[in-house]
Design a protein around this ligand. Sequence first.
Ligand code: SF4
Length: 893
Amino acid sequence: MSIVSSVCCYCGTGCGVLIESEAGKITSVRGDPAHPANLGKLCTKGATLHLSAQAGGRALYPELRSERAATRQPTSWAAALDHVADKFNAIIREHGPDAVGFYISGQLTTEAYYVFNKLAKGLIGTNNVDTNSRLCMSSAVTGYKATLGADSPPGCYDDIDHAGVIFIAGSNTAFAHPILFRRIEAARKANPALKLVVVDPRRTDTAAEADLHLSILPGTDVALFHAMLNVMLWEELIDRDYIAAHTEGWDALRATVREYSPEKVAPICGVSAADIVQAARWFAQGPTLSLYCQGLNQSSCGTDKNASLINLHLASGQIGKPGAAPLSLTGQPNAMGGREVGGLANLLSAHRDLANPDHRAEVAALWGVDAVPATPGKTAVEMFEAVKRGEIKALWIACTNPAQSMPNQALVHEALQTAECVVLQEAFADTETARYADVLLPASAWGETEGTVTNSERCITRVHAAVSPPGEARPDWAIVCDFARRLLPEKGARLFPYADAEAVFNEHRESTRGRDLDITGLSYALLEQAPRQWPFAEGSDAGTARLYADGIYPTASGRARFHNATYIPVSEAIDARFPLHFNTGRLRDQWHGMSRTGLVARLYSHVEEPLLSMARSDMERRRLKDGELVRVKSRRGSLVVKVAASDELRGGQTFMPMHWGGRFMAGRGVNALTLDVVDPVSRQPELKHCAVQVEKVELPYRRAIMRRGDGASLLRQAQPFLAHFDYATAGLTGRDKTVLVFQAASVGPLPEELVQEMDAAFGLDDPLLTMSYQDARRGIWKKARVEDGVITGARLSGETAAQDWLKDLIAAGASAMDVRAWLLAPVTQPPAGGIGRGRILCNCLDVAEPDIVAAIAAGADLAALQATLKCGTECGSCVPELKRLLMAGRAVA
Ligand code: SF4
């Protein structure tokens, strides 16, 4: 057995992990006690990384098709890359370099990001290289630059321990950055005076923990922040000395915020003026650490939201000292590293700006090329629009899944269909984007590659390979270099001479010399010893925990700038036709488009299927009950989904997790609905809000198929059948054994041919292995597959009441005798006592919600729950929910 240290590949917390492997397989993972981000802790997602590594579903060999209608065939690396080089060269010759584009990912290592950027801007001569970080962090970048002068988050995680107030805006930290939330919980325990203020339209688990929850109406953040500044002005809570010594633009902002009194803003935000006043007083009192994420970023005025929050820090002097800073939380593991190498269409290496001719000349000199093109590249949304218009003819997509994650999926799918050539560099073979790939290049995944990543607090960690990639998969950086040398052999060989990832890092390091993120003092050898925060200039013996302690900012004047914006409402207002707000966000146990987490059965046990959450009052008005089907429709598309009442939502609002795409449900998933209007500065789309209508759908004929086996293979088999239904979902369940759960609904029984096709696909057609009951008059037909006396699959048609307990039995490998009588009789009720375990709330220790509720009803408090059921004693991700259930239990009592 061998152990290597690395980093979790999910959120930007950047938790260190120790990966154990044996005989070329990753066997387990645990938190690295030496890593400063997590000190040995992992959340449910990180703690199951080894399961996703074992789950299969990988792209193993290069594949190629010569025409769109054909099926891709396996080929050699040489043939695949030569084919792409020929195609790109032909397109560039005929249409120019801007006829190709690269859409890459915040999940790539910094080294892979660096070579992609150099390939596009240095070798090919196009700035058409953008990334899924555009959907995630670009408004945080522009917010920092507009106020502090550089994309350099000033704070660090240690500030959590020094803060007097933690101000969380637009982040469900408990779900999206769980290990940071554990740290907040610990800080509050150590310092009961530490105040937590949460700004979020929903009463999330994060908000439920707060001393003050400002449940604002969607998109009203700028009005709220201005009103808080208004209070600070009125009550003389501003730091006039700091403003005078270290800022500019104060007078203009002060004039603006005078119009934003708490009384005037309260109805705009939907919160009380008293709460705004309270939030302002606590904020000014400090030390205040702001943590913020997509609620501010994914907005058509995301730059204004970010910058208006930073205004509060500058005006009250809450910056540059322990516990006082704005600190944006990165959604992806290396969104920060991508920004460092300039991996966006408007940036250049080491935080340089494409629009700056001096910066372009510096980068051209560093790379040894005549020039870097001046024309701005297409940003994410613009890139797909350009592909659809035929301006970009060849698109290379790496380590991301735009056919699930981009807003306005109708446009994205049309664009991918229109492109002359789609190259997909990807570790997983079955993503929603894969079917559009003319060339599939298998990439190494987590645990199989070398490099570095940077987390939310500017901390760079070495990423190590624990095992070799499977099949012929290769590291992302190596694929790019090989392609570059084939595209333009002489120049490619000169610009991409790297023997390993370290050589790429060393060149990137040199590009940072003298810049705000100077890492010339770092090396792979030093990073082997411990992660380090930038800046870390040559001659330093330590990284820099906090920035701007001296009040000097990287602007022309050395002063921070107040950002003077006015409040602008959301882009798509609700109206009579689309009367409900639609919001998206994260689940606790899934990540992004589920390419990886969606292959781990136990990660579905917290939330097992796509649901639309609605306020109870809105459901009652529409005569909707939990579990009924609704059609949710926006101006761009629609989907059919089960509805669930939620106490987290105010009336008029709906919510759906961002993760569900066309691989897991009929249609194009949640982003069929979302809006692609972008912030004018950051070009980040407003994924967080659009207007929808919701209406009940009558599809009375329900069907459920459950089948034990390999999760990735079963999901692949289920995929083509989703398209036959208005409502259908495919997901996994189980703990040690994996079971596919396919649900569908239709107006009536399905055509016989389709029934047989589905039975055959899931092994429910062999009469020697299948028990069957059919009531043709009532349209009920049940089947169960039995192997060696164990039930390994079932199909319920016309009546699915047994679904929950039956899937638990299949996952547990139960004897078929337990269900024989039920299967062979015309009864709809399950056997006595069989109701299913219910939702698994503690994923680490497999504790179900009904058991927790029963213990609470019997008088258990949190300590008793942890002592008896053990829930919440491992990663702690379920603790906020345990507290919520305890509160609800107390309310009932
Ligand atoms: Fe990974 Fe969880 Fe840590 Fe994020 S908080 S890096 S998902 S272990």
